[in-house]
Design a protein around this ligand. Structure first.
Ligand SMILES: Nc1nc2c(c(=O)[nH]1)N[C@H]1C(S)=C(S)[C@@H](COP(=O)(O)O)O[C@H]1N2
Ligand SMILES: [Mo]
Length: 337
């Protein structure tokens, strides 16, 4: 995203599949948060299957995830009247520079990522630091489906049904101390399985790092995802554990997390470090603040093709203004982009 402008050839892979998966209006039962529904829908009478989505490969979820799927809260949060992006697009049009700079590279190369066993280091300003096995770490947490818009800073977007845990619940579990003001996340560093880390594309100083202010991290919309489309995450989408912060540009949603640190100073994040005049720490989706090299007023919603570009207006905070605007009262969003 540093070096590539959107090109028309980026559109070719979209077959403009007629999408039958629309988010249920029934799930929007009142609720004080407009556009969100925090109601748990029943599981539509399906037995112990993994994927609930048509044409989606069930994958091979580990036992702990299968168990979580049995008791998940489906459609805990949904998007109103917008089609879910086909699984094919969500898994074949990716940014994951550890596996290469092109949109198809992650799908082609991420098979080499070994996602089990996986451990997460929790350190810094916490009462319960440690190295946790992923399945132990998530054991006390309730799996929820969150259907969110994902808006990349490159001006394309998708709607993805994630499966994950509220980040607030994760944080409470590790007991941040009074000194904790930010959360810093780190992606796996493993040049043997990640060709982007050993190639000449060395612009990035690995590992990939992202961060949130603690109050942003505690917002109910922020989740740590372990699945998508009713199944486990595809490797190219950041298996086995990735952040999803739907009101921010996609680069904040760091993939394949191995370390979470509670810190007192604002973390130095990857894209901000590479091009501070183009990518900020906040990276809130904002149609009024353009990227220096392109407008952020509109976005190309996948699937998108030459004959149906599927362009729409970008919404403030990606449509989550009501839920998150109060986090930024008094902050100049032009300066703090
Ligand atoms: N570790 C890591 N995380 C990452 C990236 C990356 O290159 N490396 N790319 C980011 C960007 S720019 C976007 S838009 C999203 C894309 O997520 P998706 O491929 O699951 O749609 O992942 C983000 N997380
Ligand atoms: Mo992105």
């Amino acid at each position: 995203m540093l070096i590539k402008l959107p090109r028309s050839s980026d559109c070719h892979e979209s077959e403009v599949t007629p999408e039958s998966l629309y988010v249920s209006r029934r799930s929007l039962l009142g609720g004080s948060m407009a556009g969100l529904a925090l109601s748990a829908l029943p599981r539509l009478g399906q037995a112990a299957q993994v994927s609930r989505y048509a044409d989606v490969d069930d994958g091979a979820a580990p036992a702990w995830l299968k168990d979580k799927l049995e008791h998940a809260r489906w459609q805990a949060v949904t998007v109103k009247d917008e089609a879910i992006t086909p699984f094919k697009d969500a898994t074949h049009y990716n940014n994951f520079y550890e596996f290469g700079p092109d949109k198809g590279d992650p799908a082609a190369n991420a098979g080499s990522l070994k996602t089990a066993p996986w451990s997460l280091v929790v350190d810094g300003e916490v009462g319960k630091p440690g190295r946790y096995a992923l399945e132990d770490f998530v054991k006390p947490l309730q799996l929820e489906e969150r259907i969110y818009r994902l808006r990349c800073v490159e001006a394309w977007s998708m709607v993805i049904p994630w499966l994950g845990f509220p980040l607030a619940d994760v944080l409470k579990q590790v007991e941040p101390t009074a000194k904790a003001r930010y959360v810093r996340f780190e992606t796996l560093q493993d040049p043997r399985s990640m060709p982007g880390q050993r190639s000449g594309f060395a612009l990035i100083d690995w590992p990939y790092v992202e961060g949130l202010r603690l109050d942003e991290a505690m917002n109910p919309l922020a989740i740590l995802a372990v699945g998508m489309y009713g199944r486990e995450l595809a490797n190219q989408n950041g298996a086995p554990l990735r952040l999803v912060v739907p009101w921010k540009y996609g680069f904040k949603s760091i993939k394949s997390i191995v370390r979470m640190s509670l810190v007192s100073e604002q973390p130095h994040t990857t894209w901000q470090g590479l091009a501070p005049s183009e990518y900020g720490f906040y990276a809130n989706v904002n149609p009024q603040v353009d990227h220096p090299r392109w407008s952020q007023a509109r976005e190309r919603r996948l699937p998108s093709g030459l004959f149906s570009p599927n362009v729409r207006a970008t919404q403030m905070f990606n449509g989550y203004e009501e839920e998150v605007a109060s986090l930024y009262s008094g902050l100049d969003l032009r300066k703090n982009y």
